[in-house]
Each structure stands twice: as structure tokens, then as C-alpha cells.
Design a protein around this ligand. Structure first.
Ligand code: TPP
Length: 543
């Protein structure tokens, strides 16, 4: 067969990555991965390496790359502590349905399972990786590398995308053999929608007076079809996190979840597309009497987790197209409800106006960030508010951490978003607490000229915890106040630009300036501790 040649396993892995379109890999080298890094050095024109300052940074960057593009986000790290340092990002990729590929090493092959206490040994690393990913495998010989890497990529990109991991023992990475490359991975075709399920769904939906459409990240590929469905039904569309921007907040049908709660309580059918329905089941926790649920999801297990009255196992695009085809002949042209939805949105905006100062800062960011610019949220007062208070216009441009809500993911993830979109503005918003989880990656931003803007809202504490301890524990504050560096000088010491903005207007000017800079920028926004209005009544309304 053509192209076969003698390669190390490291070379065979890198060759397979290149054949599968991986053009960038994040990571940190070590003795166990030298052979992989040497192979990356050889193929430096085809695959860019970006070194981080902590493995968690590399894995979050891979997550940001994957989440914002839908393409493979790859990272590499040493085994044992290196791989364990990436596990928060791996569980984020799992919860965010992101195609993240972890490539790591192992102790020498013959030592695995012996318990001799070899450098970086874990009791069972492969088992650990299997619990954090959709698929994990070990490469035992150079000849196996093309097949095992390709197979992992096929698993990752078929059906519900989720992270996968590959490990290769230290000595095996350097072993040589005649290697036959494999053809690039071809994802399994999505299941075709079952006509009986489509018929059941169409019957339910055609009889409904007030259907609502709910979107998750599984709906990202079906934008046109979903807008067509919303128009046909004159139905409002909402999303919780990753589904935002598919139906933009500037379309009459696109309702933030704050705006969608009231219409939800008057709904008779929920059409849930590529979503776990966290909003309905875990946040709102209220169901209108007699409401019927129609689900379209590529993950069959979702239909077991939360039962539907009609369950369509299909990709969003195929499923929604089949549904429209079945519905169109049954329902005539419906009167436009666009004015009604626009009025609901305006009322909701007036209601959320009390969430200050967060909303004013988000308005300032939205005024400057172009509609296709990226905002990476965080687990902070401004980030929570952004979920319902920051309008999103394009799919994937609002980057979240899925259901993990893991503090600190934002800034590191934003670096990966910017690497994937060098020509688009990328803004990360963090609290002082969360930002410091990844502060070392300011060095990565400067070294690799990753020109993002990091806005740090400094309220000198874990603000959310401060509020909870004040309200629920009679002000018995513990572990929630923070002593911080001067963030402007901190940024400057890394070689980044540091700015301070003490009002929404000042943030607007600072952000305009920051986006014109040729380098990463940190903008510190001082906020009086405890001064933020709680956004929680809009996210998790009282029962
Ligand atoms: C990995 C992780 N650790 C801890 C928490 C718990 N937690 C949630 S919010 C929060 C405080 C966030 O503080 P900061 O980043 O300063 O934002 P603020 O709420 O002050 O705006 C903490 C500690 C978490 N969600 N994730």
C-alpha cells in the first residue's frame, strides 16, 4: 500500500492527527512524551504547537478551540499528574459535548499494573480516562497507532460528540516499525428519523396552540431548519447555555430564558432539540398542566433519561426537516405572533434591569463586541447575568462550560477560542476568584500572541459565596474574602496591556482600545464587594 514507511509511534500518531485535519495541539512536554514532541517538531508546518503553563490550561484551550468551532481540539500532557491536571477540563468537555482529544503517555509498557511506583504511575490510568471520556484506548505498537487514533476520532465525532483519550507507553512512543497510514475517520451517519416517531410528533405538535422550542448544543447544525419550524408554528424559541445564538436574540422568535419562563407556563407542547432540558427540569422545575414533550436527539440514551411523548432519535437537522415536512401539510399559515414575542422580550428586559451593575457592564460589552465576536462566560456575577442578559446572535459565539459550572474555566478556554478564531474579537469575563485559577496563562497569551481581552471584575471575594454566607448563614463568612494583586500591574508584568475601568462607560472605551491592541489585554473593573444584585431569581426561580 502507498505511503507506508518506518515510523516511531510518535510519528505515526502525529501523522494520523494531520490526516484527520488537526492543525493545532496544546500541551506541555515531559520525558514520557519526548518522542511525540519530536514528531510534532518535524510536522511543525502542518500542526501548530502551543505550550501552556499548566496542563489544565492546555486542556481548557483545547476545549475552547473545540467548543467554538465544532472541530477537534487536541492537547497532550505527561501521564499521571499531567493527565490528572487536565481532568476538570475533560469533564467540562464531556458536559459541553465538545470534541476534545487527549493524547498522553504511560509508564513503560512492561511496568503497567506492576505497582513498582514508576515515575508518573497511576494505579490504572486507562480506567481513570475511561470514566472521564466517551472512549479511551492504549496504543501498544507503532503499527496500531493509525487505527487506534482514527478509531478514537470516529468515536468522538459520531453521534453525540464528546471527548476521547489515547495513551501510549513511554517506550512504545519511541518504538519503530513499518506503519501503514489509515484513511481519515468518517463519522457514523446519523440515524434517519423513524417515520412513526415523526408521525407521533407531528400529531402532537399540529394539535398544539402554544408550542415552545427549546435548543441545546445538539441543535447547532440545524439553524435554518429551526428558524423555519419556529415561523411555521409561530412558536417562541429559547435556550439555556450552549444552544444560544442558533436563533439569535435579535430575531422576534429568540427569547432569553428569562423572557421564556412566562410563555413556558402557558405552553402545551415542548419541542426539545439537542438538549437535556436542564432549564425545564432543574431550573424552572414547573410544568404547565398537560404539557407534552417532543424530543429530537442524536443520543438514544437521552430518551431513557427523560421520557418524551414523541422521541425522535436523529441529528437535529434531519429530525427537524422531517418534522417540518410532516407538519406543513397539516397546518395552514398561522397568524404572526412576532409582535407578541417582541413585547414579551421588551417586558423581560425591563424586569432584568434590576440586575446591576452587571447588566450595565454587559450592555457596554455588547455595544462594542461585533455580532460575530465571542464572549466566554465564567462562574461570576457578570457571567451568571450574561446567560440571560447578554444578547447572542450567532451559534457558538457564547462559550460556556456546560453543566459543570467550574470556576476558572473561562480565561483559559477563551485562549483556545482566540487561537481558533485569530481574526475575530474574543472577550473573556471573569471574577477575581475565577481569573486567578488560570492567571499563569497570561504568559501563554503573551508568548504566543493570543490577542484576547480578559475583563476581570474584582469584588475582592468569591462574590457568590459571600452572598450565600450573608443570606443563608447569618454572615458567618469563611473562605470567601480574597486579597488580590493589582491586576493592571500584574498584566503589565507579564508583558500584556493592563487597563482599569471603573464604570460601564469607561469599560466601553477601554474595550474599544483593547480590541485595537496588537497583544493580549486585561481590563480590571473594580466592583464594591457585595454590591451586585443577585441574578439567581432569573436563573433558578424560587419554587
Ligand atoms: C471548580 C470550582 N470550585 C469552586 C466553585 C464554587 N464557586 C462557585 S461561584 C464561586 C465564587 C466565584 O468568585 P469570583 O470568580 O470572584 O466571581 P464573583 O462571584 O465574585 O463575581 C465559587 C468559589 C465552583 N463553582 N467551581
Amino acid at each position: 500500500m502507498a505511503n507506508e514507511r518506518v515510523m516511531t509511534t510518535g510519528q505515526a500518531i502525529v501523522d494520523t492527527l494531520v490526516r484527520n485535519g488537526v492543525d493545532c495541539i496544546f500541551g506541555i512536554p515531559g520525558a514520557h512524551t519526548y518522542q511525540l514532541f519530536d514528531a510534532l517538531y518535524e510536522r511543525g508546518n502542518e500542526i501548530r504547537f502551543i505550550g501552556s503553563r499548566h496542563e489544565q490550561g492546555a486542556a481548557y484551550m483545547a476545549y475552547g478551540y473545540a467548543k467554538s468551532t465544532g472541530r477537534i481540539g487536541a492537547y497532550t500532557c505527561v501521564p499521571g499528574p499531567g493527565v490528572l491536571n487536565t481532568t476538570a477540563a475533560l469533564c467540562t468537555a464531556y458536559s459541553g459535548n465538545a470534541p476534545v482529544l487527549c493524547i498522553t503517555s504511560e509508564i513503560p509498557a512492561a511496568e503497567i499494573g506492576q505497582g513498582h511506583g514508576i515515575l508518573h504511575e497511576l494505579p490504572d490510568q486507562l480506567a481513570t480516562l475511561r470514566t472521564l471520556t466517551k472512549h479511551a484506548a492504549r496504543i501498544d505498537h507503532p503499527t496500531e497507532a493509525p487505527r487506534i487514533v482514527t478509531e478514537a476520532i470516529r468515536h468522538m465525532t459520531s453521534g453525540r460528540t464528546r471527548p476521547v483519550a489515547i495513551e501510549c507507553p513511554w517506550d512504545t512512543l519511541g518504538a519503530r516499525a513499518m506503519v501503514v497510514p489509515a484513511a481519515p475517520a468518517v463519522p457514523d451517519p446519523p440515524p434517519p428519523p423513524d417515520p412513526a416517531a415523526i408521525e407521533a410528533a407531528a400529531r402532537i405538535i399540529a394539535a398544539a396552540a402554544n408550542p415552545m422550542i427549546m435548543l441545546g448544543s445538539g441543535a447547532i447544525g440545524a439553524r435554518q431548519e429551526i428558524i423555519e419550524l419556529a415561523r411555521l408554528l409561530q412558536a417562541p424559541v429559547t435556550a439555556h447555555r450552549s444552544g444560544r445564538g442558533i436563533v439569535g436574540d435579535d430575531l422576534p422568535f429568540g427569547l432569553s430564558f428569562a423572557a421564556a419562563l412566562k410563555p413556558w407556563l402557558a405552553s402545551d407542547v415542548l419541542i426539545a432539540i439537542g438538549t437535556r432540558m436542564e432549564l425545564q427540569y432543574l431550573r424552572w422545575r414547573k410544568f404547565p398542566t398537560g404539557v407534552k414533550i417532543v424530543r429530537i436527539d442524536i443520543d438514544p440514551t437521552e430518551m431513557v433519561r427523560r421520557k418524551a411523548d414523541a422521541a425522535i432519535v436523529a441529528d437535529a437537522r434531519g429530525g427537524v426537516r422531517a418534522l417540518i415536512d410532516a407538519l406543513a401539510p397539516r397546518i395552514g399559515k398561522r397568524a404572526s405572533r412576532e409582535a407578541e414575542f417582541v413585547a414579551i422580550k421588551a417586558r423581560s428586559r425591563a424586569e432584568i434591569e434590576i440586575v446591576q451593575p452587571q447588566l450595565a457592564y454587559l450592555d457596554a460589552i455588547r455595544a462594542v463586541l461585533p455580532r460575530d465576536g465571542f464572549l466566554v462566560e465564567e462562574i461570576c456575577q457578570v457571567g451568571f447575568t450574561a446567560r440571560f442578559g447578554f444578547p447572542v446572535y450567532e451559534p457558538r459565539t457564547y462559550v460556556t462550560c456546560g453543566y459543570q459550572d467550574n470556576l476558572g474555566f473561562g480565561f483559559m478556554t477563551a485562549l483556545g477560542v482566540k487561537v481558533a478564531h485569530p481574526d475575530k474579537p474574543v472577550v473573556s469575563i471573569s471574577g477575581d476568584g475565577g481569573f486567578m485559577f488560570g492567571v499563569q496563562e497570561l504568559a501563554t497569551a503573551v508568548q504566543h500572541r493570543i490577542n484576547l481581552v480578559a475583563i476581570v471584575f474584582d469584588n475582592r471575594g468569591f462574590g457568590n459565596v459571600v452572598r450565600d454566607q450573608k443570606n443563608n448563614f447569618a454572615g458567618r463568612f469563611i473562605g470567601s474574602s480574597l486579597v488580590n494583586p493589582d491586576f493592571v500591574r500584574l498584566a503589565e508584568s507579564f508583558g500584556a496591556v493592563g487597563l482599569r475601568a471603573a464604570s460601564p462607560d469607561a469599560l466601553k472605551s477601554a474595550l474599544e482600545r483593547a480590541l485595537a491592541e496588537d497583544g493580549p489585554v486585561l481590563i480590571e473593573v473594580p466592583v464594591a464587594p457585595g454590591s451586585e444584585t443577585s441574578p439567581w431569581p432569573f436563573i433558578h426561580p424560587p419554587a
